[in-house]
Design a protein around this ligand. Structure first.
Ligand SMILES: C[S@@+](CC[C@H](N)C(=O)[O-])C[C@H]1O[C@@H](n2cnc3c(N)ncnc32)[C@H](O)[C@@H]1O
Length: 334
């Protein structure tokens, strides 16, 4: 997604976006069929105090269907022109504290240069230090909640919560807490960083916070998962009611609301019939005690989704979850 704006937009999107993975500042786009054209284009970029040329800089290059195809040579020319010492190019999205990073994409002989403004991937909100089995990214959890139209005004239940990612994202929405409130961003180390503007944006976001007006609840049959959920929710500063409880014992906490679960998908042989039973239980709950709720779950496997039975549809394209593709299955209240 592309938006136009100044530093206030850069700060605010990083602070408030629940779903974006990172915010890149597009600096330039120019034809580059030769190293000369590349160097001229790089030399013409105005960074406006957003790059400290004495600090190590990582330059990530991709080349696609272009005369300039050697990514290392492109990176060397960019470094040579900017004069910033090279930093090792790590896996940007895995690194907790990546160096300032310039992204250079050469595609069909057009070079596009962007500066990373986020630093660590935006799913790293800072609260999830305790983990359980197969957690999903915070940004993916927030995307699933948005796909189920969750706005924090109705009760929420995750009956298989693991480390609590989905339920904590639901609670952050219910409390109107900006997800980036407790972490740092790459733009904070720019020479042109405006601490006053940043303080004002954070203060404005803080003024919007409120106590959750609906119950936000989580359960898991595993005590370690519930411990992790409690510790993570405390760090996020949100109220989550949690209980050690098997799925089959789930009961509604109110007349209506949203259930959203990320059950196991089962890669291991021998899991199949046990998992079919688990998904059948999800379906029975959705058509039984939770009939007046919106009821959703995600899975990689359409056969497992079908084991949940009637009433579910999958309105959105698959979403990437690590190396997997998951789909959201939803049953609206009848
Ligand atoms: C894929 S993990 C959930 C990950 C979670 N969304 C997160 O991001 O941390 C699935 C969870 O379902 C729980 N689970 C599996 N079978 C269950 C059952 N019958 N009742 C309750 N929880 C169950 C597991 O203990 C595990 O924590």
């Amino acid at each position: 997604m592309t938006v136009t704006g100044g530093d206030d937009a850069i700060y605010a999107i990083n602070l408030r976006s629940r779903i974006a993975g990172r915010v890149l500042l597009r600096l330039a786009s120019f034809p580059a069929k030769s190293f000369g054209a590349l160097e001229n284009g790089i030399a013409s970029i105005r960074f406006g105090g957003r790059l400290d040329k004495r600090a190590p800089l990582a330059v990530r290059v991709s080349c696609h269907r272009s005369k300039l195809y050697h990514t290392k040579a492109v990176a060397e020319r960019v470094h040579g022109k900017l004069g910033a010492p090279p930093a090792p190019v790590s896996h940007l999205d895995e690194d907790d504290a990546p160096p300032p990073t310039l992204l250079v994409r050469v595609d069909h002989d057009v070079c596009t240069v962007s500066l990373d403004t986020s630093g660590a991937h935006l799913h790293k909100r800072g609260y999830r230090l305790a983990t359980a089995k197969a957690p999903i990214r915070e940004t993916l959890a927030a995307a699933l909640l948005a796909a189920a139209d969750y706005d924090g005004s109705v009760p929420f239940v995750d009956p298989m919560c693991g480390a609590g990612t989905i339920v904590i994202e639901a609670a952050l929405i219910a409390c109107r807490k900006a997800p980036g409130m407790t972490r740092r961003f790459a733009f904070e180390s720019w020479q042109a960083f405006d601490p006053k503007l940043w303080r004002e944006l954070r203060d404005a976001a803080r003024r919007e916070e409120r106590r959750a007006i609906v119950p936000i609840a989580a359960a898991d049959r595993d005590s370690g998962a519930i411990e992790a959920t409690r510790a993570n929710a405390a760090r996020a500063g949100v109220p989550v009611e949690s209980a050690i409880q098997p799925l089959s014992r789930s009961v509604p906490t109110a007349a209506s609301g949203l259930v959203l679960a990320n059950p196991p998908y089962g890669a291991r042989i021998g899991d199949a019939s046990h998992l079919r039973d688990l998904y059948a239980t999800l379906g029975n709950l959705a058509r039984g005690p939770f009939d007046a709720w919106t009821f959703g779950f995600v899975t990689t496997d359409p056969k497992l989704a079908r084991a949940a039975g009637e009433g579910f549809s999958t309105p959105y394209p698959p979403m990437a979850h690590g190396g997997l593709k998951i789909r959201l299955w939803l049953k609206r209240p009848s």
